[in-house]
Write a protein that binds this ligand. Structure first.
Ligand SMILES: [Zn+2]
Length: 453
């Protein structure tokens, strides 16, 4: 089945042009069309001059499947993705059991096959025994290893790298394989000490849990990781960076060691919101690292604009209501759904004049595909790439409310926030999979292995 979407403003990282895209029977982009005319195809869609992007790529998604499916599963999470214009999700490994080796990669790929509405890749934890565990896992087609200096990955699959000697061993092994390591900076010792003090003082609430993770822990963690990357030659992706000082340290590290070795992710909530969100949505705004100040938020936007940030990842991290509500903030789970609102949260910045549309195409498509080795399949509008497309209506404005959230908890840190620029049609490899807020057709998503694997 071929697909032609025409009469659009086609947006890529390199420019905006009036035209369309023809996807061939094989599901790959066959041609870019210029002007209002369409090409012959089984399905022809007039975009009516709305914005046409390559399907968005979200490199930071917790689908919770298997084992934690009371929070999310492949069908529910990828429903949010498809309706939200995200055609590739990169799945974090802290499922139960975790994705901790090649065998779990194969099992989890099979669990998602036939149940996913968009394409997915898998990420893995650091194996307990580095050799030959890391080599075998990397060869299984994962897009990255994922770990953290502090807090770990929420209970299951925690493999915190707070021992500096172990960190160096891991990064040396990753450098030998030329493997990508995604990592969250932090400092467990400081967080533990502050938690003890805050609890002894009788403090509770999401602001107290944020105080246990001050901007200082990110800066210390980043400094440590940059030196470890320098010493080992490893390629890192710094996850969820959200402090002014953190962006400054990474700006320097990228200039010195090369941007291709020091990847930087920012989340949509850190671009748009401050810790005041917890006054509005309670623990649904309790996330690690915590939401920050207005100055840190402005620094995140500046870093996105000036290229210090490579890409925006949602850190889609659903939890059930019973894990969030009616509990001490110290007991409540950290994280919130993000797939539903990723695209409008970033597009609204562009439509408000803070970011170019080309940069949106880059940070939601081209860049995450490049950083994780999928540039020849995903994230851009070029002949030969997968025909993953998303049509955005720049006039469509909505105030985020629970009924818009397709992720299992049906809640969002963006509730009450007004956003412009919502997806109205999503196609995966040439097949329409979502239109006007509803799914179209059966689950067509596939496991995508990193191609050189
Ligand atoms: Zn995460």
């Amino acid at each position: 089945m071929s697909l032609c979407i025409h009469n659009a403003y086609r947006v890529t990282a390199s420019g905006v042009g009036h035209g369309g895209v023809l996807v061939g029977d094989d599901g790959r982009i066959e041609a870019l069309l210029d002007g209002p005319d369409h090409a012959a195809a089984d399905t022809v869609i007039d975009a009516r001059e709305r914005l046409l992007f390559a399907g968005f790529v979200d490199a930071h998604v917790h689908l919770r499947d298997p084992g934690l499916t009371h929070r999310e599963d492949f069908p529910s999470g990828t429903t949010a993705a498809a309706i939200g214009g995200v055609t590739t999700v990169m799945c974090m490994p802290n499922t139960d059991p975790p994705i901790d080796g090649a065998e779990r990669v194969a099992v989890t790929a099979a669990i998602g096959a036939g149940r996913s509405f968009v394409d997915f890749t898998l990420q893995a934890t650091i194996p307990a025994v580095l050799e030959p565990g890391m080599a075998a896992t990397w060869a299984s087609g994962i897009t990255s290893f994922e770990t953290s200096l502090a807090d770990g990955q929420e209970g299951v699959g925690t493999d915190r790298l707070d021992d500096p000697a172990r960190l160096l061993d891991v990064l040396e092994a990753a450098a030998r394989l030329d493997a990508t390591v995604g990592i969250l900076a932090g400092n467990q010792s400081i967080t533990d000490a502050l938690t003890t003090k805050l609890q002894a003082a009788g403090r509770d609430g999401s602001r107290a849990t944020a105080e246990a993770r001050p901007p200082l822990v990110e800066a210390i963690g980043i400094a440590q990781l940059v030196e470890a990357a320098r010493a080992t030659g490893a390629r890192l992706v710094f996850r969820q960076v959200n402090t002014a000082r953190g962006f400054e340290l990474l700006r320097r590290a990228r200039a010195e060691l090369g941007a291709e070795r020091i990847g930087v992710e920012v989340t949509p909530h850190n671009l748009r919101l401050t810790l005041d969100a917890v006054d509005r949505v309670g623990t649904w705004g309790q996330i690690i690292p915590p939401l920050r100040s207005a100055a840190d938020r402005a620094a995140a936007v500046a870093a996105l604009v000036d290229g210090t940030v490579d890409f925006v990842g949602s850190d889609h991290a659903p939890h059930a209501a019973f894990e969030k509500e009616g509990l001490s903030a110290w007991e409540a789970r950290n994280g919130s759904p993000g797939l539903d609102t990723l695209a409008p949260a970033v597009l609204d910045l562009a439509l408000g004049g803070h970011l170019t549309l080309c940069r949106v195409a880059e940070v939601l498509g081209t860049a995450p595909a490049r950083v994780f080795g999928l540039a020849d399949q995903k994230g851009d509008l070029r002949p030969g790439l997968d025909g993953d497309l998303v049509l955005i209506d720049p006039q469509l404005q909505r105030t985020v409310s629970p009924d818009l959230i397709k992720s299992k908890p049906g809640r969002s840190v963006f509730e009450g926030v007004h956003l412009r620029g919502w997806p109205v049609l999503t196609a995966l490899r040439g097949e329409v999979v979502a239109e006007n807020g509803a799914l179209v057709g059966p689950p067509r998503g596939r496991f995508v292995a990193r191609p050189c694997a």
